[in-house]
Ligand binder design. Structure first.
Ligand code: DAH
Length: 342
């Protein structure tokens, strides 16, 4: 066997070892072991040149086949994902674990329940909007121009002077105008609006800039405060699944007269007083009252003939009281540990 034959054999072993260790396998074609073999060519006797040339070529082809095999293996590792394939429930590899099913956000779930309760006692469900105007936000609700009560609502306003509704009461006038013909036909107007509202507020455990409210309006002949209280108590005991203890205090809203605040006994401390109810034993849940005659008149309803009540309630607060959630920010936190409890 000629001397170069053993050198080709040795180079092949070295190349195989080198190939194994290379991160970038393509570098094998630039290996010194190949270069050294090519360098032999001018040195061997003329009659052996062709044979050595063929031997080196064969070796190079073999190295190229290693590269090809390696590439194919890589492609195989990248096999396409079959999204329709059934999940292997027992898979150990995280990538093969079944995807977790999403679920309906707790606020949407509770809005659904609240709506069902009101629907069952004859209320129609309405939607609010994400942008409104100052007329619906304030004027239609009997807020006098430049009245300081307008400042109680920290509204977001666009350059075009549109308002991100700071309460669902913006829908009162619309519902009244839209359904006033029902009154003439002898039916009451009964509507609720569960929807999102916005306030330019500092966020803390009890305040969010974006939250939800439930607005309610009811108009008919001879509606009185007793009807208002009975409706709210019926709703609250249906929602909480038991008789709840409520307290009613006089309050002020421009759009109701008289106006009240409805409080619920604190479920966190059983009225003993805790940090959540500011030691009072009660948590303010909603505002309500008898619809101001001006609001009815602006919507084209004869306030001498008809009267009505309205209420507005924070939906997050309603849910927090039901499930003992202490921090309103959890709802938008995207914390799965919290969300999965619902
Ligand atoms: N819109 C009021 C607020 O966000 C809540 C409210 C109070 C709504 C009394 C009403 C009502 O319909 O009658 O503070």
């Amino acid at each position: 066997m000629s001397d170069w034959n053993s050198q080709v054999e040795a180079a092949k072993k070295e190349l195989a070892a080198e190939f194994k260790n290379l991160d970038d396998k393509t570098r094998i074609l630039k290996s010194d072991h190949l270069k050294k073999l090519y360098a032999l060519l001018p040195k061997v006797p003329a009659e052996q040149k062709r044979e050595l040339g063929l031997a080196i070529n064969d070796l190079k082809k073999e190295v190229e086949s290693w590269l090809k095999d390696d590439n194919e293996k890589k492609v195989e590792d990248l096999r396409p994902i079959d999204l329709t394939a059934p999940f292997d429930i027992n898979a150990k590899e995280p990538s093969l674990l079944p995807a977790q099913n999403g679920s309906i956000h707790p606020i949407s779930q509770e809005i659904e329940k609240v709506s069902e309760i009101f629907n069952s006692i004859g209320f129609e469900i309405f939607e609010s909007r994400n942008l409104d105007d100052a007329w619906h936000m304030f004027t239609s609700l009997n807020f006098p121009e430049d009245h300081p009560a307008r400042d109680d609502y920290d509204t977001f306003v666009t350059e075009e002077e549109l308002v991100a509704p700071a309460h669902t009461s913006t829908m009162q006038s619309r519902i009244l105008s839209l359904r006033k013909s029902d009154l003439e036909e002898g039916r009451p107007i009964a509507g609720v609006v569960p929807d999102r509202v916005y306030r330019n507020e500092d966020v803390d455990a009890r305040h969010e800039h974006t939250f939800h409210q439930l607005e309610g309006v009811y108009v008919d002949k001879d509606v009185n405060v007793g009807n208002l209280i009975a409706t709210l108590k019926t709703f609250l005991s249906a929602y909480y699944g038991k008789e709840v203890e409520t307290r009613i205090n006089p309050f002020y809203f421009p759009f109701t007269e008289p106006s009240f605040e409805f409080a619920l006994s604190c479920p966190f401390c059983d009225k003993k007083g805790c940090h959540i109810c500011s030691q009072s034993g009660w948590i303010e849940l909603l505002g309500c009252g008898m619809i101001h005659p001006n609001v009815l008149e602006m919507a084209g309803i004869d306030s001498k003939k008809y009267s009505g009540f309205a209420f507005g309630c924070g939906i997050e607060r309603l849910i927090m009281m039901k499930y003992g959630v202490e921090d309103v920010r959890l709802f938008h936190s995207a914390k799965l540990k919290f969300l999965k409890q619902f």
